[in-house]
Design a protein around this ligand. Structure first.
Ligand SMILES: Cc1cc2nc3c(=O)[nH]c(=O)nc-3n(C[C@H](O)[C@H](O)[C@H](O)COP(=O)(O)OP(=O)(O)OC[C@H]3O[C@@H](n4cnc5c(N)ncnc54)[C@H](O)[C@@H]3O)c2cc1C
Length: 416
């Protein structure tokens, strides 16, 4: 086996991006996944290249909203209470990370990570011939009233020092731009840097196809265990194809990554933040950009397949059955600002995916602390599509011994 050979577990946006950037460093790459590329969480997200989203997913002001959301069974956040004891250490860490000092540090780290998101994505999609999947229209956030708009002033203030400009529009200006927006919308604000992809699953598949075209291999199998020897992983035990020898290994297994890290003696706090989508091919609504709505987290994105409504955050573990009523709740939410939105019909599809969520809204990127030939790229939570290509580049650079453009300390695996 060549010195420059790497195996990547996971063919989501993070895994395929890592494989593509490793190839550029001269590595011979193999990707292993139990499903086809782009069929995990990367398949069904809202498509947002949300590089201005530098404030952590949860901060102290949001903590105050959580009790209200939890009492509403169809609210944007839900916990299956039977699962709560298992997730308790994660929630305690979440609370610690919601303190102002931590929020400032996390915001700075997320801003660092955001710096080359667009160029890293463009570079991969251009090589794959699918750069037309990126739409350079900034997402518009909608508000019901002035109080709702003012309540988000601290988040906007946290972003401005990093150069993200959030332009306000009156309700009429928003409707002029997007005639589908209803008369009750009071005002809108551009997110300040949030483009979108018109088909995230196809983007992942196109990068994977390019990896194969350049000599990479994709093996469809389940990695059951990591076979260790003298402080290294020497092979992967696959469910159906025996052992696969590895020289260097990158774990990009999304919401399942902590199970593999645990085998290497590394404790990572990771929860499946289960999100839902509904795609309406016959939505009756024409949009030229993606919308978010301050009343409830989630996005409405015009895609190749139709209008995709995506969002929701459900803590129920990896294996609980989906509750598609949560996808229907997204429809109800957006109907309030898009009055022309048609009822779901027989062509409407619903989906659930597992965001790999850490309690500090930062991914794990970099080498394992226990095992010499292992690197990590997972835990991207609500931002994996956005940060996936950049993560791949950073892993490829560090594995090749090159200095990266940002400080990777906030993303260490041993921080939990
Ligand atoms: C509703 C929703 C909306 C979202 N909207 C956005 C958005 O607008 N912008 C954004 O940036 N992000 C968004 N996200 C988040 C984003 O989709 C995820 O962070 C991202 O897809 C994670 O990518 P990944 O490659 O880490 O994981 P995945 O895409 O899940 O890939 C991991 C792969 O690892 C494989 N795997 C795991 N364990 C094993 C094993 N033992 N053996 C073999 N294979 C294994 C899985 O099969 C899977 O294919 C959203 C998520 C959801 C659910």
């Amino acid at each position: 086996m060549s010195e420059l050979s790497a195996t990547i577990i996971g063919a989501g946006i993070v895994g395929v991006s890592t494989a593509a950037f490793l190839q550029r460093e001269g590595y011979d790459v193999t990707i292993i996944d139990r499903v086809l590329p782009g069929e995990g969480c990367s398949f069904g997200n809202a498509g947002g290249l949300a590089f201005s989203e530098i404030v952590p997913t949860v901060h102290s002001r949001m903590l105050l909203k959580i009790p209200g959301w939890l009492v509403d069974p169809m609210g944007p956040l839900t916990i299956r209470w039977s699962y709560f004891p298992k997730a308790l250490p994660w929630f305690l860490a979440l609370a610690r990370n919601s303190l102002p000092d931590r929020v400032r540090a996390i915001t700075a780290a997320r801003a660092d990570l955001a710096m080359r998101v667009v160029s890293d994505f463009e570079s991969l999609l251009k090589a794959a011939g699918t750069e037309d999947l990126i739409r350079y229209e900034d997402t518009l956030r909608l508000y019901d009233n002035e109080a709702q708009y003012l309540a988000e002033a601290p988040e906007r203030a946290a972003k401005t020092p990093y150069g993200f400009e959030m332009k306000r529009l009156s309700g009429d200006e928003a409707r002029e731009l997007e005639p589908a927006i209803g008369p009750n919308v009071h005002c809108g604000v551009f997110h300040g840097g949030w483009y979108f992809l018109t088909n995230p699953g196809r983007a992942v598949k196109s990068i994977a196809a390019e990896v194969v075209k350049n000599g990479g291999r994709i093996i469809e199998d389940d990695v059951v265990s990591l076979v260790r020897d003298a402080g290294r992983v020497k092979a992967l035990q696959l469910k159906t194809q025996g052992q696969h020898k590895v020289h260097r290994l990158v774990i990009c297994a999304g919401a399942y990554s902590h199970l593999l890290a645990k085998q290497l003696g590394e404790k990572v706090l990771l929860e499946a933040e289960r999100g839902y989508h509904m795609v309406l091919p016959n939505s009756g609504v024409k949009l030229s950009r993606s919308l978010t709505y301050a009343r409830s987290p989630g996005a409405a994105t015009p895609m190749e397949m139709g209008l995709r409504l995506a969002g929701s955050d459900e803590f129920a573990g990896l294996d609980a059955a989906p509750n598609y009523a949560r996808a229907d709740a997204l429809w109800k939410n957006f109907k309030a600002v898009l009055p022309g939105l048609r009822q779901p019909d027989q062509e409407t599809t619903r989906w659930m995916g597992r965001r790999p969520g850490t309690p500090d809204s930062l991914p794990v990127i970099g080498p394992s602390k226990t095992t010499a030939n292992v690197w990590y790229g997972f835990g991207h939570g609500h931002m994996g599509l956005t940060w996936g290509p950049t993560t791949g580049r950073l892993i490829a650079e560090t594995m090749s011994g090159r200095k990266s453009n940002i400080d990777l300390a906030p993303f260490r695996a041993d921080r939990f």
